[in-house]
Design a protein around this ligand. Structure first.
Ligand code: DAH
Length: 353
């Protein structure tokens, strides 16, 4: 090897040592590198074997170069010892599973709608979807509430500024899912009908138990020989499936233009289990009476069947409509006393579901 080649070899050896020292991950590894390069039988001392015997000038040149290399490696070791390798806790273990990004979930109201849909599909109901902006005719007139009928005032309606249809009248935001009743009769034509209509509804209202946009689900059954027993049985079935075995439905006489007879529907209060008072003897503030009102129901009025082209002498039917949010807030353990929270977009609240 000539001098030039030797110089290169020595330079490589020195650089290799410094690089390995800088990358060392522990003190034990530093000590091992010290022995490998600077030890008595280490790589730098062994390099002396490359120098030709008897070549004084080569001996002199490389004696100095070897010394410089030893000093450089020694300094690298010292500086690394002053800045010791990062402790093992800081190591990146590339075999660990990665952190997952936070995952959202369906909104509680969507979860409730899915659950309600499954409960009714199990007993043969078919989910229907009808417009949320609908003609006055389907929302009121066809439901036995002709223009200017006072019963319309109960639905605090948002009206749409639009030209009136000669037969169906003006447009409104649907105030209830009952607009689906006559639409479903028109769609199916001949009974049997087993409709589940779930949709957004809109009313001019806003307080702890009302939001101006909310959801309802509506059941409509039309067939031969349908009676109030079918209505009560279906409501009890829903109460059991949605809330639990101990919960049942209660019908209270009421008035709706589109049903005769008509009822309001209550469910057993899930806070006091229908007792009206808590175990402490205190009156239940959630329900006051052991029951909570969730919607309306009744036997479909003959005028409504006729509007849907169905002969009331041959067929009878029952219907009920309930607020999704209202029904959902009674779920055992939920104690949701302000339904506006559902639409607050507050993640801390929503993440609980
Ligand atoms: N649509 C009524 C409301 O929003 C509720 C209702 C009452 C629905 C009686 C029905 C029914 O289907 O038969 O207050």
């Amino acid at each position: 090897m000539d001098n030039q080649q030797l110089r290169e070899k020595l330079l490589n050896l020195k650089n290799e040592a410094i690089a390995l020292i800088q990358d060392a991950k522990s003190e034990a590894e530093l000590e091992r590198l010290r022995v490998v390069y600077l030890g008595r039988k280490g790589k730098i001392n062994k390099f002396v074997g490359n120098i030709k015997k008897g070549d004084e000038s080569q001996k002199r040149e490389f004696g100095t170069l070897l010394n410089d290399a030893k000093i450089a490696v020694q300094e690298a070791l010292e500086s690394k010892t002053k800045n010791p390798p990062a402790s093992s806790e800081d190591w990146i273990d590339v075999t660990l599973p990665a952190k997952r990004p936070p995952l959202g979930h369906l909104h509680p109201v969507t979860q409730a709608i899915d659950e309600i849909t499954k409960i009714f599909e199990r007993i043969g109901f078919v989910r229907a979807r009808y417009p949320e902006v609908d003609y006055d005719y389907y929302v009121f007139s066809a439901l036995n509430m002709p223009a200017n009928h006072p019963a319309r005032d109960e639905w605090e309606t948002f009206f749409i500024k639009s030209p009136k249809h000669p037969k169906y009248g003006g447009l409104v935001l649907t105030t209830h899912t009952s607009n689906g009743q006559v639409r479903e009769m028109e769609r199916v034509g001949k009974p049997p009908i087993r409709m589940l209509n779930i949709a957004k509804c809109y009313r001019r209202q806003q307080d702890a138990t009302h939001t101006s946009m909310f959801h309802q689900f509506e059941i409509l059954v039309i067939d031969e020989n349908i009676t109030i027993q079918h209505l009560k049985g279906t409501l009890d079935y829903f109460a059991r499936e949605f809330y639990g075995k101990e919960i049942s439905a209660r019908l209270r006489p009421f008035h709706f233009q589109f049903t005769e007879p008509s009822f309001e529907v209550d469910f057993t209060c899930t806070i006091c289990q229908g007792k009206g008072q808590l175990d402490t003897g205190e009156r239940c503030r959630f329900c006051k009476s052991g029951w909570l009102e969730v919607g309306g129901a009744g036997m479909v009025h003959p005028a409504v069947l006729q509007a849907g082209g169905i002969d009331p002498k041959m067929y009878t039917g029952f219907a009920f409509g309930m607020g999704v949010e209202r029904a959902y807030r009674l779920k055992p353990g939920l104690k949701l006393d302000d339904i506006r929270l559902l639409y607050s977009n507050n993640l801390e609240f929503l993440e609980q579901f």
